[in-house]
Design a protein around this ligand. Sequence first.
Ligand code: GLU
Length: 429
Amino acid sequence: MSGSLFEDASQKLEKALKYSAMSEDAIERLKYPKSSVNVSIPVRMDDGSLKVFQGYRVRYDDTRGPTKGGIRYYPTVSMDEVQSLAFWMTFKCAALGLPFGGAKGGITLNPKELSKFELERLSRSYIDALADFIGPDLDIPAPDVYTNPMIMGWMMDQYSMIHRRITPAVVTGKPISMGGSLGRDAATAMGAFNVMEALLPKFNIVRSNTTVAVQGFGNAGANIAEMLFQAGYKVVALGDSQGAIYSKDGLDVPSVRQFKESTRRVKAVYCEGSVCNLVDHEEISNEALLELDVDILIPAALENQITEANAADIKAKFIFEVANGPVNFAGDEILNQKGIHVFPDILVNAGGVTVSYFEWVQNRMGFYWTLDEVNSRLKQKMVEESERIWTLSQEKEISLRTAAYVHALNRLGEAVSARGTKAYFIERV
Ligand code: GLU
């Protein structure tokens, strides 16, 4: 693989440009992030030493509203990665019709090497460094890889202390008791499930005959695996960063989850109460999981999992991108040629940011919704936008990814044009 993640991300957009009626002004704007910051975060470690971490926040585009996007804690976080993720957030929010632009943040670190005290100090210091860069009407962070509700709570708290105002709407994905929304925890998986249930019937899929492999067992991966299991799909493979397990007869996902929660590893088990028994399964690598002969493959971990190096070996018929950017541009081209249907990240995993939007709305109203209200509004949004993107792909005979970008571009283009374009100011056509 050559070039940066951002160059690769931009190629997916280039492909969509010719199908949208976007003005040149708008296209020019979207080539560059609006603003980016790189901050050094000094943290007093538990042993008394001082360590300085590198943190980033990129606000990619705010044409459609304040910018929105998660914060990731991971060893490979870089400006290039954060910028690409902020770029995807811009299109994700536009594709879903949320009144937000796109942003992303991150800190380069291995969170497993920090104590809870150190993590809290780090999270608060990150907000100290970014306090003028974020805000409920400016830029609203949320969780992403290896960040969770408690970290979001610390961040909201820190921002509120600096500004001397309780400001719940500055961060989403908070604990419920601090202004979080019911349903936000499982929202990414729930949104993906809604997309699957809306679009798979177009291919005459019968759940009980449909085999699924899920790569990634974090918040999104574990929840989508469990939802599919409960709905009657046959989940035959699951993987986390340590490795994967496979059973052709299907895995009991709730039991695997219970085991993983107590031991931090996935294993094929059957648990009753607190007793878990090992059941027949094969241990396979994460690479092998991706190449299994299954109906549905769900990459729910990190970017660049399917590239030109392995795309030719992918056997799944449908890929639902629950992770951000799991298939690179070259890999996508190969999958398209093979006739594999790829359901793009900017639609499939948008349930997370959609419920973040609901959380922000509830914070600003000071009036909180029931879980049923959240889930039914989420479903309505996911199904509506899935149908629109599906129709566009059928009408223009383009992939669902390109259709999702065209759909997002049209909304972004409208917001740019509403302020006047070259045609309005000079050519008057
Ligand atoms: N990190 C999530 C994403 O990539 C959620 C972002 C948000 O809720 O703002 O979509």
